[in-house]
Design a protein around this ligand. Structure first.
Ligand code: MN
Length: 447
């Protein structure tokens, strides 16, 4: 029964959590501090002016933070998440229902979101945003459970604006409920163990619409994910979350939502979008509110899971795949594959398989195993010396993409792959310069 608090204790033990003890405003100031310290230790804001609860952010800022939570070396996280995703096919461990749910310890008499320290993040944001909640819903026809993460703007005491990007299972559920004139019941879970975050960000190529991705959380927790019944909706909440909001997405209602400073590094514009009405709020005693600081935390958090998934799915289709890295400059739209293709042309097959496995991607770059995919300079060198633009750039026009990327219009844009692998067999001209390995501690070097 691991929860967010246990994770924070582990991070503290490993020196991966810092406390901001000076009071901060939830509007802009909290995120201003987070932006300055982005990428380092996670931050617990112990005192948020006017609120009773602390706010934690930055748990996914870097792989050492995440490694502290899962008790694995940072380099093994991708592999661990790949095993968790693979468990969906091999031996999925379904969640269990428990009556003993810490998240049901306290109940708000009247739901009032203005009593929760929800930060207004970026300067032009349209209001306070929940950025990390796991939304659980059930397929209105089959009852299959879905878990996913969506941004939620606070627009009233019991009201939120919601984005459901195209292609997401939640939107598919909602559209079928709405067609019947019904609302879609959901629970909005804040401050769940990161295992639930990994589960909720499993791409649909690994967890199709008829699969409950919460089994991924079971694998990572080493025991079944724990859910609890709700009082006002027929969808369960995460028993060990810090806070559960029971709610419905209203049919035939759209209200302005946005702007929001998104993971792409740009603002999503204000538009009429879906509306959530809160029916009940329960929480642990003294809950900690969890936020994702939009940016690096999302590339890294989602990136780890996506790398793992791509390694699984693309690795089945092309031989010679060694590593997958979601670059930080690419805002989760660029993946670099490291592979030694056994035959000429297979790097291009890998590019197509990668686009098919994750539709958000705009760019895929393939390099050989003598290139360090975590080093943008090394990848650039391969691009400048091993990619013949007339032959090795693959352009797929008019493909389905990610609407938060401004180059994507109406969900459509071209995608581009760079084959930066040398020909098979390797021509001598591609031998990289190398020097003798020496132990520098044996040399006196002054000053
Ligand atoms: Mn799903």
């Amino acid at each position: 029964m691991m929860d967010l608090r246990d994770c924070l204790e582990k991070m503290e033990e490993k020196g991966r959590l810092a406390h901001v003890t000076t009071p901060v405003d939830a509007a802009h100031e909290l995120s201003g501090v987070a932006a300055r310290l982005e990428g380092g230790r996670a931050l617990m804001f112990d005192r948020v002016r006017g609120y009773d609860y602390p706010v934690v952010t930055g748990m996914w800022w870097n792989r050492d933070n995440v490694a502290a939570i899962f008790g694995k070396p940072a380099g093994e996280l991708s592999g661990l998440f790949a095993e968790a995703t693979a468990s969906l096919q091999k031996n999925p461990v379904p969640p269990i229902l428990t009556e003993n749910a810490p998240a049901r310890a306290t109940t708000m008499n009247e739901p009032d979101l203005t009593k929760i320290p929800v930060p207004t993040h970026a300067l032009l944001d349209g209001g306070p945003y929940f950025s990390s909640c796991v939304i659980i819903a059930k397929d209105p026809d089959t009852g299959t459970r879905n878990a996913s993460i969506h941004r939620l703007m606070v627009t009233g005491k019991d009201r939120l604006g919601l984005l459901m990007d195209a292609g997401r299972h939640l939107r598919n559920y909602y559209e079928r409920a709405e067609a019947k004139g019904k609302s879609l019941e959901i629970t909005i879970n804040n401050g769940a163990h990161p295992a639930y975050f990994v589960a909720a960000t499993t791409p649909s190529s690994a967890a199709p619409i008829d699969v409950d991705e919460l089994a991924v959380a079971s694998y990572l927790l080493g025991e079944p994910a724990r859910l609890c019944r709700s009082r006002t909706v027929s969808v369960e909440g995460i028993a060990d979350a810090q806070m559960i909001m029971e709610a419905e997405i209203l049919p035939q209602v759209r209200e302005p939502e946005g702007p929001f400073g998104e993971v792409s590094g740009y603002y999503a514009i204000r538009e009429n979008r879906w509306v959530v009405k809160i029916r009940a709020v329960t929480a642990q005693k003294n809950p900690i509110i969890h936020m994702l600081h939009p940016g690096r935390e999302v590339w890294n958090g989602q990136g780890l899971g996506i790398e793992a998934n791509l390694f699984q799915t693309v690795g089945k289709q092309v031989k010679g795949l060694k590593k997958v890295y979601m670059t930080h400059g690419g805002s989760h739209y660029h993946v670099v594959l490291q592979m030694d293709p056994p035959y000429n042309g297979m790097a291009k097959n890998a590019i197509l398989a990668t686009f098919a496995a994750f539709s958000d991607l705009q760019m895929v770059t393939v390099v050989n195993s003598d290139v360090n995919i975590y080093d943008a300079e090394d990848v650039e060198r391969a691009m400048a010396t091993r990619c013949d633009p007339a032959r090795d750039i693959v352009i797929v026009p008019g493909a389905f993409g990610h609407e938060l990327n401004p180059i994507v219009q109406g969900n459509i844009s071209a995608k581009m792959g760079f084959d930066c692998t040398y020909p098979v067999p390797k021509p001598p001209a591609y031998t990289r310069v190398s020097f003798a390995e020496v132990d520098l501690s044996k040399y006196h070097i002054t000053p």
